[in-house]
Design a protein around this ligand. Structure first.
Ligand SMILES: [Mn+2]
Length: 346
């Protein structure tokens, strides 16, 4: 039987395969899919575990894990955050990634390494924060920009203090994305819970109050007295409602100007709970009515593309409460947007 066109259908023989002999070494680790030959680092970047290795690599950026969640007041699990963020892109990521948003190859333009985790152990919270501080201090001293994967928000206290110590506190402002101000006096008597890090940083003089700028606040905590203390310190904040009324863009531009009113560089702290729990469910203290994921990514691109970063963290990813890696993937993309924006600056 013929339908009037008897041209045969033949799938062409592929010419892409090498000879059988060459097959074993056909792909290098970076050419394989992320899930194949995955060795645990962020986007398969090389490990550089100490200051010497970071210097030898000439690293521009170093990923640091801070697997600590003993400051959590409600739902724990953020100690698994660094592991989850590093593995979230094993299905889709690539060291050859090209950013559609900034038209840059982040890993091509920048030398990015993974410095591993701070040597945190359970049951010794003060020590854990001290070793996180020391790890971040070593990375920053070696000349790399630390991007710290939390961990609960307690880790911003030792991390931002380390960056301020290396760069000079007078030169560093903070833009802090969060549903919560994290400026309470104490948490059931503890000064180092995840509700306190911002007060510690200001009280100890690591960051000047007027250069401490918070974005995304909402919900029912902290209380009036705490906001009065914040006002007394000159701290500036922009609520979620303000972003809804003025637009995210206008608020971010103002936040940048306020953080840099004196300092010349910014430490960027991103609590993933600034994003609506619908888009970031895997977190310790979810708060309804937050930013869209894409709004946060756009804001991070704007900041990393416009100012000199001194350090950055992404915190409060709690994998046991996550679903389908939604939150870990968003946190990984926050890092990728910062890298892409930095790369676009050349
Ligand atoms: Mn927080």
């Amino acid at each position: 039987m013929t339908d009037g066109n008897d041209r045969p259908f033949r799938i062409p023989e592929s010419t892409l395969y090498p000879s059988e002999d060459a097959e074993f070494d056909e792909y290098g680790t970076n050419d394989l899919p992320q899930y194949s030959d995955f060795r645990g680092s962020f986007y398969k970047v090389p490990w550089a575990l100490d200051e010497g290795a970071i210097r030898d690599a000439g690293a521009d950026i170093a990923i640091v894990g801070a697997p600590y969640d003993e400051g959590t007041s409600a739902r724990p699990g953020a100690r698994f955050g660094p592991m989850a963020i590093r593995t979230a892109h094993v299905t889709t990521g690539s060291p050859w990634a090209w950013s559609l948003q900034t038209e840059a190859y982040p890993f091509d333009v920048l030398t990015v390494v993974d410095a591993g985790d701070a040597p945190v152990v359970p049951g010794r919270p003060e020590r854990s924060l001290r070793v996180i501080h020391e790890k971040v201090r070593r990375v920053a001293s070696a000349g790399a920009l630390p991007i710290v994967l939390g961990g609960d928000h307690s880790i911003t206290y030792p991390s931002a203090a380390a960056v301020a110590r290396v760069h000079d506190p007078a030169r560093v402002g903070i833009v802090h994305f969060d549903a919560h101000a994290d400026t309470a006096t104490d948490q059931w008597g503890s000064l180092i819970g995840h509700g306190q890090p911002m007060r510690r940083l200001i009280d100890e003089g690591w960051i000047a109050g007027p250069n401490f700028v918070q974005v995304g606040l909402r919900g029912y905590w902290p209380d009036r007295e705490t906001f009065e203390w914040m006002r007394g310190q000159g701290l500036r904040w922009h609520s979620q409602v303000e972003m809804e009324e003025r637009g995210v863009e206008a608020v971010i531009d103002e936040a940048i100007a306020q953080a840099l009113d004196g300092p010349d560089r910014i430490y960027l702290s991103v609590d993933i709970d600034v994003v609506d729990p619908g888009m970031a469910p895997g977190t310790g203290t979810p708060e309804s009515g937050g930013m869209l994921g894409r709004e946060l990514l756009r804001a991070v691109r704007r900041i990393a593309g416009a100012v000199d970063l001194a350090g950055m963290d992404v915190v409060e990813v709690s994998p046991p409460y996550d679903h389908a890696e939604i939150t870990a993937m968003l946190a990984g993309n926050v890092v990728m947007e910062a890298l892409s924006a930095l790369a676009a600056r050349g």
